[in-house]
Design a protein around this ligand. Structure first.
Ligand code: DX5
Ligand code: ZN
Length: 215
């Protein structure tokens, strides 16, 4: 069954505690935390001090998506803040393997994310060392964008690569996933689905989370 990682990017930032508790009630498997630096992506959100405070609210694993340039500078901060998974962008770090090894050295899970235009070939030689691949299905930076159709092929291709090589890797997709397209996208081979506006646009966030979980 697919796991759900609601992104709080579209939540009410003035009431994050209440918003997270609604997701918890809905059975969220992870909380997806989008960290943006205004350089790697054209938007700024929050950093490790906010995540550290949110850590007191729930025991749900924190799925931290770093959309920041040279993330290697801040790995320890996000580990100390309570991240359970840290995902970095292939495009944002020059020595990807070194960054992966650093994240793993803290005993947490490591993911690598790819922008829509980045080929799966760019991570071929690190697949043996990571726990998760995050396929961006929109250009990162904002919630509420439209799913990019060619990403269906990318998810399927990665699913085949992972299955053929018998790798222990979770496949996650992020961006533009809504009630009306989630089932189809999941069926291309996802283990984890990130949903932002598709949950927070609902009147009842807990119920909407449950619906995504049941897909
Ligand atoms: C976008 C973020 C996503 C975002 C998804 O750069 O990485 O996690 O919150 O939002 P939706 O689901 O609204 O596309
Ligand atoms: Zn994200």
């Amino acid at each position: 069954m697919v796991q759900i990682s609601p992104s709080i990017l579209s939540a009410d930032f003035g009431s994050l505690k209440e918003e997270i508790l609604k997701l918890e009630k809905g059975g969220a498997d992870y909380i997806h935390l989008d960290v943006m630096d205004g350089t790697y992506v054209p938007n700024i959100t929050f950093g490790s001090p906010v995540i550290k405070k949110l850590r007191n609210i729930t025991d749900i694993p924190f799925d931290v998506h770093l959309m920041i340039d040279r993330p290697e500078r801040y790995i320890k901060d996000f580990v100390d803040a309570g991240a359970d998974i840290i995902t970095v962008h292939q495009e944002a770090t020059t020595h990807l393997h070194r960054t992966i090894e650093e994240i793993k050295s803290y005993g947490i899970k490591v993911g690598v994310s790819l922008n829509p235009a980045t080929s799966l070939d760019t991570i071929e030689y690190v697949l043996d060392y990571i726990d998760l691949v995050l396929i961006m299905t929109v250009n990162p930076g904002f919630g509420g964008q439209k799913f990019i159709g060619s990403m269906k092929r990318k998810i399927k291709k990665l699913r085949n690569m992972v299955d053929d090589k018998n790798l222990d890797i979770l496949i996650e997709a992020d961006g533009g996933i809504k009630l009306d397209n989630a089932k189809e996208i999941i069926d291309y081979g996802l283990d984890i689905v990130v949903v932002g506006s598709g949950i927070f646009e609902a009147k009842n966030i807990t119920e909407r989370t449950k619906i995504f979980k049941s897909l």
